[in-house]
Design a protein around this ligand. Structure first.
Ligand code: AMP
Length: 307
């Protein structure tokens, strides 16, 4: 069984959308990545930090999904990372109202001995120097993917470029790709990002699907049109967990297989947005995943006679 090492925030979130407002709930990029990856036959582990206020029942949710938590540090001196965001009525754009790094500020990740040889590594959205430190602890990675966000581009630009130069894949959303590359057209943006180091770039466009670029090859997968998006939080991370989980399970890192990974990832992300927080990912059954994959195939199949 291949190993997937996940690095990312395990956090408290407070979310507001047009459908309502949550109190403090379980969140974090690492959490969503882990839950998404748990749909695959994998040996996955998470490296992160939480504070003394983090409930055991949330930790139990991770272990119940067979995610190894040896690398999840509990900092008894501090409080858990907290993020508060409010979505606009389009349910795509959002304002970050509060980011309290708390224990994340001084986090020094320690990759457990047993996972230093992980085949696939998903560096979720976190301080770029934390991501870099994880990369430096790996012994024989076959594929390293990285996600990031505008917060790190605004505050830690040079560190971000350093870690990006060491990874194989960047998965980011369209606005972040534009900010990172300085290019508006996404094809150009992907070319600029590839010059920074990663051979493959995945650009997530929310309800407009996802684009996969590798050298002169390009692939597009739509997002499944949904009647209602309840809370988009974590959809990008769910995508990242689905994408790397699929690749790690198969052990096939070819462009053709990455196309399937993008579809699988889009499928998982479409469930994430149906409820507040990660709840929907926890109640999902393999039959539901398969049925929606069938809808994906039907959505994109057509027969056209070329003259
Ligand atoms: P997404 O909607 O996929 O962009 O991810 C949302 C998740 O990212 C939330 O659960 C937050 O806890 C987490 N998050 C937001 N800002 C940061 C940050 N600066 N560093 C790490 N995680 C973050």
């Amino acid at each position: 069984m291949n190993k997937l090492l996940i690095v990312g925030s395990v956090a408290f979130d407070a979310i507001e959308t047009k459908y309502g407002k949550t109190g403090t709930i379980l969140g974090g990029a690492g959490t969503y990545i882990g839950f998404a990856a748990s749909y695959f036959d994998l040996d996955s582990a998470i490296v992160s930090v939480v504070g003394n206020d983090f409930p055991q029942e949330y930790i139990d949710l991770l272990t119940a999904r067979k995610i190894n938590i040896e690398g999840l540090e509990i900092d008894k001196e501090g409080k858990t990372f907290f993020w508060r965001g409010k979505y606009h009525n389009d349910m795509i754009s959002r304002d970050t109202l509060e980011t309290r790094l708390n224990v994340m500020e001084s986090f020094e990740p320690k990759v457990p001995e047993a996972y230093r040889n992980a085949e696939v590594v998903m560096l979720g959205n976190l301080h770029p120097l934390v991501q870099l430190s994880v990369v430096e602890q790996l012994t024989s990675p076959k594929l390293i993917a990285l996600d990031t966000m505008n917060f790190w581009m605004d505050n830690n630009w040079d560190d971000l470029l350093r870690v990006i130069s060491k990874v194989d894949i960047v998965t980011i959303n369209d606005e972040e790709a534009r900010q990172l590359s300085g290019e508006h057209a996404l094809v150009r943006a992907s070319q600029v990002i590839q010059k920074m180091g990663p051979k493959t770039v995945v650009i997530k466009k929310g309800e407009h699907g996802a684009l996969l670029f590798q050298e002169d090859r390009m692939f597009f997968a739509p997002a499944l049109p949904l009647e209602e998006v309840f809370d988009p939080t974590g959809a990008g991370d769910t995508f990242a967990g689905g994408f790397t989980g699929y690749l790690a399970q198969s052990g096939d890192y070819s462009f053709e297989n990455m196309k399937l990974a993008v579809v699988y990832a889009s499928n998982l992300a479409s469930f994430c947005v149906e409820k507040f927080g990660p709840d929907r990912l926890l109640s999902l059954t393999p039959a539901e995943v398969n049925n929606r994959l069938k809808s994906f195939i039907e959505l994109t199949q057509f027969n056209m006679k070329l003259v």
